[in-house]
Design a protein. Structure first.
Length: 278
């Protein structure tokens, strides 16, 4: 003999609760946008599964039986759990951010920033001019760049300390100070040249590089002195040179693409500021 169907169907439970909440089969059908025979069929399926009647007739009205009284609060809990699970599964995944950064101190700043922003961030390292162009194209959401905020698409994020570095044992030659720097445009290069000019220190750009790795390699090779942002660390193969004019810290800002919510820009700028002072 085939065992009876003991499944409490969610659709049938929803019809059962609707009958209880709206005072009858006809009103339940209207609320659920189905026919009254459909609601009746759902209730009969539940009764078959439960093995008991769930409603009894009192005049023209339907009243819950003892079994129906037991089922009603359980049905509400089952439907609530069902709807909660569906809501979680259908909720959109948290939006990821694509954040660009200049190379200066990226190896130290970005790990700290990841700890503040969480893991749902993709990073791109590039020159500041390229990052700004990527923002304008919409290829990036935000970018960490050198310089102060200049409009409503940017927000100040703190300051980055800069120090001079050279190969161990390197000595400045007679005449202009040889500088190793990124090619133009570069805010750190500009800060190095203006600082030395203010100190009346002659300087020549002895080596230019397209990316920071080239600057580090040239400095390690003894081609000149480099101005770097290192977040209080010492790059491998270099030593800090405090015998050269001190350099003012460089302002940093976060710039966003068109359409980025202002609260997102402000939140990332605050996170960068936290990472800079940790």
């Amino acid at each position: 003999m085939t065992a009876p169907n003991r499944t409490l169907d969610v659709v049938a439970l929803r019809s059962f609760v609707a009958v209880c909440d709206h005072g009858g089969f006809h009103r339940a059908a209207e609320v659920l946008h189905v026919s009254q025979p459909t609601v009746s069929h759902h209730v009969r399926r539940l009764e078959a599964a439960c093995g008991q009647s769930l409603f009894r007739k009192v005049g023209r009205a339907s009243r819950l039986t003892a079994a129906g009284e037991v089922l009603l609060p359980e049905a509400r809990r089952m439907l609530a759990l069902h709807d909660q699970v569906l809501a979680r599964l259908s909720a959109p995944a948290p939006a990821s951010l694509t954040l660009g950064s200049t190379e200066h101190a990226a190896d130290l700043l970005l790990p700290r920033l990841t700890g503040v922003l969480g893991g749902n961030v993709r990073y791109r390292l590039d020159r500041g001019v390229n990052l700004r162009a990527a923002l304008d194209r919409g290829d990036l959401d935000l970018a960490l760049v050198m310089g102060e905020a200049v409009d409503d698409r940017s927000a100040d994020a703190g300051e980055l300390e800069l120090h001079w570095f050279a190969a161990p044992g390197w000595r400045p030659p007679e005449g202009p100070l040889p500088l190793v720097a990124l090619d133009e445009p570069c805010a750190v290069r500009d800060r190095a040249l203006t600082t030395l000019a203010a100190a009346a220190r002659p300087v020549t750009v002895a080596c230019e590089a397209a990316y920071l790795a080239g600057v580090l390699a040239a400095a390690r090779a003894g081609l000149g002195v480099a101005l770097l942002a290192t977040m209080d660390s010492i790059p491998e193969g270099l030593v800090r040179r405090d015998d050269l004019p001190p350099v003012p810290a460089l302002p940093m800002s976060v710039r966003c693409r068109v359409g980025m919510p202002a609260e997102t820009l402000a939140g990332v700028a605050a996170a960068v500021g936290t990472a800079l002072i940790d």
